[in-house]
Every structure is written in structure tokens, then in C-alpha cells.
Design a binder for this molecule. Structure first.
Ligand SMILES: *Cc1c(COP(=O)(O)O)cnc(C)c1O
Length: 464
């Protein structure tokens, strides 16, 4: 049987364990799954840091020569192997041909980003002409809101999460002020029910139904950065549009993580960054999406020469021939040095395909959840024993690869002890450890190793 299809992660892990005659927590289960993982060769397309190079590693606890357990792809994806080659090509071209690089070589700077927008579009489920690679995420969010948020006295609210990512919160707040409205009355913040940490789809849809007539824009994330919850973007888009709202998503944590179908879902606009699951390096070239249905009715509020039709852009006649849709939102020529690593990564996505990555991801993250519950689940019979709680939804359809862990002991200490043991994962205030096994380059062995290190870290904190 193929362990990657057809059953839940729990069933698969237990069946493999029974077949091997081992405990489900045995490293043999991880090896078995790694051997059958048809994507495992993709790890070699990325540079995995060695333990000895991690500043916090304690080499008396872990072998410095081995690859670290890198579970921080939600924060910064690993470097694609070909990023350096492509960067060197452009530096060489610059050195040897100077200004001629604009039009010459395999990656002419004047339209370098256009060459990879098709690859990006495949990852987000869009048509190439619905995607623009430009700027940073927050800049793109502002540019999009300038066009999609046109508040009136009756319809002036923006619906967002109560604990949205700070940059999104500030962007929305300042856009509301810019239009002369008061964030107090126009920022509609959706909070989970008392005692709950994630939003219920039903509650999101009911809020849209109840408040929809006064909402101009629904602006949620695709995957919530703190809890790892994946929202039902299709249902939210449908509900919002039924009430006459524009619906946009910040896909920072969704792109390259879960399968997106921005076009089919009819999402009005979206933006994302490229340095998390898309592995384009810190501050990488960000993305923007405007659905083709808005090719004519939505215009950019701000113009620059890069929004001008390429065919006549350089005639310099100062008569704007605006490209339709998102392409018209371009302002400046794009930095080719940011195109290079993004291209290197998107080529690996093309090789793998999002459906296969998601299939592996469901089992990889399910395996992580299984092992954590196996070892560290809260035991009602021992209420004071240290335990780990997964706050990410247990329904795989409501999450991507990240699990957010809460501990009954101090999370900073746990994080430090994990880093000493050669694990890279990230801690987010106030109290979670975000652990993201990325199907492109993480293995079942990484997940198993992490859970071992976690046990050792808990013991070191005096908690086990
Ligand atoms: C990572 C992230 C950002 C970062 O914004 P930049 O403009 O790339 O610095 C913004 N919003 C969300 C939801 C994020 O996850």
C-alpha cells in the first residue's frame, strides 16, 4: 500500500508500526515513511544548515557535523541550491555588459519578474496575468486596499482577525484613517469564542451575514500565523461577495504551504511574501493577485512607469497605457537580484507540484501531531505532569504544515533547550512554539528527531 494516500495519518502510522512489529514511536516508522516518500530527493535542492553553524547549538549535546532539524520554514524558508548560481549569472552579466543586461541574457532585467509569474501563478492557483511579483507584502496590501477599500457612510468597515499579524493590523488601521474614518468604528475585529483559540468557520460566515451591509472589505489571512489555522477561503469569499463586500486574503503563511485556488474561489485580491514557504530569502519579492473579473473595473490608485504597457513603456511620451488588472499596479522596475532566488525556488515547486506536496504534508504534520500526543498529551490522571497542547486545529483540512504548541512549562526555556540540541523552530509571543515540517525539504526523520529533542528539552527544564 502507498502510505501517502487514502488514510488518516494516525491510521497510517499505526499500520506501518504493526507491519514492522515496532512501537508507533519507533524511529523505524520514520525511516519506512522516508524510504517511500517520492519527494525526498527535493531536500537536496536546498541548503540545510549544519548544527555547528547554528549560534545557539551546544556541541556537548549534539553532533555539530550533522544537518540541523530545520522546522522554521514558516518564518524563513531554506536557501534553494540554485539561488547562488542564478545570482552569480546576473552579477556576471552586470560586470561584463553593464546596461545591456536590461535586454540581454536569459533573464533580461526589464522583464525578469514576468518570466516567473507563471510559475508563481501555479502555486497560488491563478492565471499568470492575475499575478504580479513586486515590492514587499505590506506595500502590496496597501496598494490593493487603496483600490478595493472605497468606504461610504453606509459601508465603511474592514473585517479582519482580532489578532491579525501586526503589519496587516497597522495597514488596515492606517487605510481607514487615510479615508477619513475612525478605526474605532470601522475596524471590525473577529475574535474566537471565549475560551477558544481559533475561529469557527460558522462564526466567520455568520458575522459576514450579520454585518455584511456595512463591510466594504473582508481581509483575513489564508493561514493564521500564530495558530496555524487554515481558513475556508472559498466559503468566506462566497459569503462576503453575496453581501456586496470585496474579499481579500493575506496568503503569507498559505502560499507554498497549502493548495490555493485563488482564481476558482473568486477571491477579489490577495497578497503574500516569498521568504516563508516560498524560500526566496529575507525581504524577497512579494506577490499580488487581482482576479481577472476586475481587469477593467478596478484601477490602481497610484501609477508608475512599470504599470505602462511593456510594448510602449519606453517611448517616454507620458501618455499612460495602463496594463489591465494587477499588472497596472506595478510602479518600479523590479530588483533582478530578488528574482534570482525566487526563480530557483519556484522551479522546485514546479517539479514537485502543490498536490503532491500537500499529500506529503498531511502525513508529515499528522505524524508530528501523533508523536506529540503519544508522548506529551495532557493526562487527566496526572494533572500536574508537564504536557504539550497543540492549539492548531486537529482537522487537517483546517491547517497547513505548521503546528503551534503550548506548554505547561515556560516556553522560552523549552525553545532555548531545543536550540541547544540543534533544532531550529520559532517561538512567538506570548506563548507558542511554531513547528513547521515543510514537505519540500523536511523528512519524517526530522519530525522524529524533533520529538526526541523535545523530550530531552523538557527533561532539561526539570519538567519530565
Ligand atoms: C510575514 C507576514 C507579514 C510580513 O510583512 P512584510 O511586508 O513582508 O514585512 C505580514 N503579514 C503576515 C500575515 C505575515 O505572515
Amino acid at each position: 500500500m502507498d502510505p501517502f494516500v487514502g488514510s488518516t495519518a494516525r491510521e497510517t502510522v499505526e499500520r506501518v508500526a504493526a507491519q514492522l512489529g515496532r512501537s508507533a514511536a519507533s524511529a523505524d516508522v520514520a525511516s519506512y515513511l522516508d524510504q517511500r516518500d517520492t519527494l525526498r530527493h527535493l531536500r537536496r535542492r536546498f541548503l540545510v544548515p549544519r548544527v555547528a553553524d547554528l549560534p545557539q547549538a551546544d556541541l556537548s549535546l549534539v553532533d555539530g557535523s550533522q544537518e540541523c532539524i530545520y522546522l522554521a520554514g514558516n518564518s524563513l524558508g531554506l536557501q534553494p541550491e540554485r539561488a547562488r548560481t542564478y545570482l552569480m549569472e546576473e552579477l556576471d552579466k552586470w560586470a561584463k555588459t553593464g546596461v545591456h543586461g536590461h535586454l540581454g541574457g536569459s533573464r533580461p532585467w526589464a522583464w525578469a519578474e514576468n518570466n516567473i509569474e507563471g510559475l508563481m501563478a501555479d502555486v497560488v492557483g491563478a492565471k499568470a496575468e492575475e499575478v504580479a511579483l513586486m515590492n514587499g507584502l505590506t506595500v502590496n496590501l496597501h496598494l490593493l486596499l487603496l483600490s478595493f477599500y472605497k468606504p461610504t457612510a453606509a459601508r465603511h468597515k474592514i473585517l479582519l482577525e482580532d489578532k491579525a499579524f501586526p503589519s496587516d493590523h497597522y495597514a488596515v488601521e492606517s487605510q481607514i484613517r487615510l479615508r477619513g474614518f475612525d478605526p474605532e468604528g470601522s475596524m471590525l475585529r473577529l475574535a474566537p469564542r471565549p475560551g477558544e483559540l481559533t475561529l469557527r468557520t460558522q462564526d466567520i460566515l455568520e458575522e459576514i451575514e450579520r454585518e455584511g451591509d456595512s463591510i466594504a472589505v473582508v481581509m483575513l489571512s489564508g493561514v493564521q500565523y500564530y495558530t496555524g489555522q487554515l481558513f475556508d477561503m472559498a466559503a468566506i469569499a462566497e459569503a462576503g461577495q453575496k453581501k456586496g463586500c470585496f474579499v481579500g486574503f493575506d496568503c503569507a503563511h498559505a502560499v507554498g504551504n497549502v493548495e490555493l485556488k485563488l482564481h476558482d474561489w473568486g477571491v477579489d485580491f490577495a497578497c503574500w511574501c516569498s521568504y516563508k514557504y516560498v524560500n526566496a530569502g529575507a525581504g524577497g519579492l512579494a506577490g499580488a493577485f487581482v482576479h481577472e473579473k476586475h481587469g477593467r473595473d478596478i484601477k490602481p490608485a497610484l501609477l508608475g512607469w512599470w504599470g505602462h504597457d511593456l510594448k510602449t513603456r519606453f517611448l517616454m511620451d507620458n501618455e499612460m497605457q495602463l496594463q489591465p488588472g494587477v499588472s497596472g499596479f506595478r510602479l518600479s522596475n523590479q530588483p533582478v537580484l530578488l528574482v534570482c532566488p525566487l526563480q530557483a525556488s519556484l522551479e522546485v515547486f514546479k517539479e514537485a507540484g502543490m498536490p503532491a506536496l500537500r499529500r506529503k504534508s498531511l502525513l508529515l504534520t499528522g505524524y508530528l501531531e501523533y508523536l506529540i500526543q503519544h508522548h506529551y498529551r495532557e493526562d487527566p490522571a496526572r494533572p500536574h505532569a508537564p504536557h504539550v497542547r497543540v492549539i492548531t486545529p486537529s482537522d487537517p483540512r483546517q491547517r497547513g504544515c505548521q503546528l503551534s504548541l503550548c506548554f505547561s512549562v515556560n516556553v522560552c526555556r523549552i525553545h532555548q533547550e531545543l536550540e541547544k540540541r540543534g533544532v531550529a523552530c520559532d517561538m512567538r509571543e506570548p506563548s507558542v512554539l511554531r513547528v513547521a515540517p515543510v514537505p519540500l525539504y523536511n523528512s519524517f526523520g526530522d519530525v522524529h528527531g524533533f520529538v526526541q529533542a523535545l523530550g530531552s528539552a523538557l527533561r532539561a527544564c526539570g519538567a519530565l
